[in-house]
Design a protein around this ligand. Structure first.
Ligand code: BEZ
Length: 179
């Protein structure tokens, strides 16, 4: 993946807009890969599902807490992507009181498939989801790649460590000190 451009896809997000009125003032807003990745150095992490235990208890909140440390290493934004629709991703973000990490809904799995990271999770009744990985992406090009071991359909375990924020931060800090 190193040196590859992220796939060009359109994400269907839901944004709050008071002009919509009523009890649920949200509207669709399409965002492209360029909207998220062009002209920025970001960390993207991808996980098997919103609201799942490891993602909700460790990975997402730890990225949220460590945002300032990532910024100090030259990271402009941190994105969490999952093969979940915009309604689910927004509800998850709200439940996590997110202020820093931005959620990307890859409801159709198109981005994840084109990244080569789509796996079956039918053993959990999930259907097609993302294998866990993370990447440092500079202006749309993959600069560093952190993929959990054992990529497989219907994996019985859920490896988590390589794509943990602490590991990515250590790599960024190490690279800076070595430079
Ligand atoms: C977890 O994050 O703990 C998890 C992810 C996928 C399936 C089950 C659990």
């Amino acid at each position: 993946m190193l040196g590859r451009k992220v796939p060009a896809v359109t994400f269907r997000t839901r944004v709050r807009d008071e002009a919509v009125g009523g009890p649920n003032p949200f509207r669709w807003e399409d965002k492209t890969s360029d909207d998220y990745f062009a002209g920025k150095r970001v960390v993207l992490f991808s996980l098997p599902g919103a609201f799942t235990p490891t993602c909700s208890t460790y990975q997402l909140p730890d990225f949220e807490k460590l945002t300032a440390d990532f910024r100090a290493e030259g990271i402009d934004d941190i994105y969490c992507i999952s093969v979940n629709d915009a309604f689910v991703m927004n509800a998850w973000g709200k439940s996590q009181n997110l202020e820093n990490v931005k959620l990307i809904p890859d409801g159709s799995g198109e981005f994840t498939r084109k990244m080569g990271m789509l796996v079956a999770k039918d053993n959990l009744g999930f259907g097609m989801r993302s294998w866990r990985y993370a990447a440092v992406i500079d202006d749309g090009t993959v600069e560093q790649w952190f993929e959990e071991e054992g990529y497989a359909d219907n994996c019985e375990s859920d490896p988590y460590g390589v794509s943990a924020p602490q590991n990515i931060l250590a790599a960024l800090q190490g690279a800076r000190k070595a430079a």
